[in-house]
Design a protein around this ligand. Structure first.
Ligand SMILES: [Cu+2]
Length: 317
């Protein structure tokens, strides 16, 4: 797997660049002001006052100078605040500008994973994946954010600032990946026990690769997996389908991630483990041990069942 970018300073899309510019302006101006105040303070501390002949006499000239300085600095402070407000509004307007997206994904935050439903075309062509969003490079993507249980927050630092996912409300986040690559995102609002293990990968592919990926996602469970009848039997008979969906089988659960193409994803359990047959088996054998508090129960399986099941899942490309 390529190393995923995860930093505000590797801004990789126009939205992230806007945010980085804004931060830079704030940091530069505030640092300059802090430095000026610190210098003025040191200067004042080091300066000695000349003793006056009569301590109570008023030095009108000095008074007038002080008044002018205070008035000038007050006006300057107000100007700085107004200026920062203006640039911050301008950034806000630029990153939330209503543009026609070429991909629309409904991202639902769950304890403790991300559901991504692609909704760009007619409902018969919708498909659902988890913990990974694939986007065409350079194209505008609209993420519609929802939550199923508690408040989450989506933060993909290299692509955009944070946005909350709130039950009963839809927020949106607009991203455009300027370069091919993998961008890491993270839940940025404490949402429960496994909040730290709630990562999301955004993979930006060329338009052709994206189209191919999309076509594969629309297909039901792969032929290779379907031929592993023993594995599919364990999946169905052990009740996995109550919570999971594998298109092409009788399962249609919505509580857990859609597993139709779980073998094509990079990670297992929202970035917890890199995906392989071994980690899939480890996860199924003891989800509560690996991710205490996760919403998937431990289901006791024989070692043969576990082998067949993990081979089956791995083949779901
Ligand atoms: Cu969360």
């Amino acid at each position: 797997m390529e190393t995923a970018l995860h930093s505000v300073f590797t801004a990789s899309g126009p939205e992230a660049v806007e945010v980085l510019h804004l931060i830079s302006i704030f940091v530069a101006l505030c640092s300059a002001i802090w430095l000026a105040v610190a210098l003025a303070l040191f200067f004042a501390l080091g300066r000695r006052r000349h003793a006056r002949p009569s301590p109570l006499s008023l030095d009108t000239q000095a008074e007038r100078r002080a008044q002018a300085t205070v008035t000038g600095l007050t006006v300057l402070t107000a100007l700085c605040l107004i200026g920062l407000t203006a640039v911050s509004y301008a950034t806000q307007a630029a990153i939330t500008a209503d543009r026609a997206p070429s991909v629309r994904v409904r991202v639902t935050g769950h304890q403790f994973w991300w559901e991504a439903q692609y909704r760009e075309t007619k409902p018969s062509e919708w498909f659902t994946t988890a913990n990974e969003i694939v986007v065409p490079v350079g194209e505008h993507v609209l993420l519609e954010l929802e939550a199923s249980d508690v408040i989450h927050s989506l933060w993909i630092p290299s692509l955009m600032g944070k946005q909350d996912l709130i039950p009963g409300q839809q927020n949106v986040l607009r991203i455009t990946a300027a370069r091919e690559g993998v961008y890491r995102g993270q839940c940025a609002e404490f949402c429960g026990l496994q909040h730290a293990h709630m990562a999301l990968l955004v993979r930006a592919l060329s338009h052709e690769e994206y189209t191919q990926w999309r076509a594969r996602q629309l297909e039901p469970a792969s032929e290779a997996a379907r031929q592993n009848e023993a594995g599919e039997r364990v999946y169905i008979s052990r009740g996995c389908g109550m919570c999971h969906t594998i298109k092409g089988t009788t399962s249609g659960g919505r509580t857990g991630p859609d597993l139709t193409h779980v073998g094509s994803r990079e990670t297992v359990a929202a970035g917890l483990l890199p995906r392989s047959r071994g980690t899939l088996a480890a996860w199924i054998a003891d989800p509560q041990g690996l991710k205490p508090g996760t919403q998937m129960p431990r289901i006791t399986l024989s070692s043969d069942e576990l082998q067949d099941l993990s081979a089956y899942l791995e083949a779901l490309k």
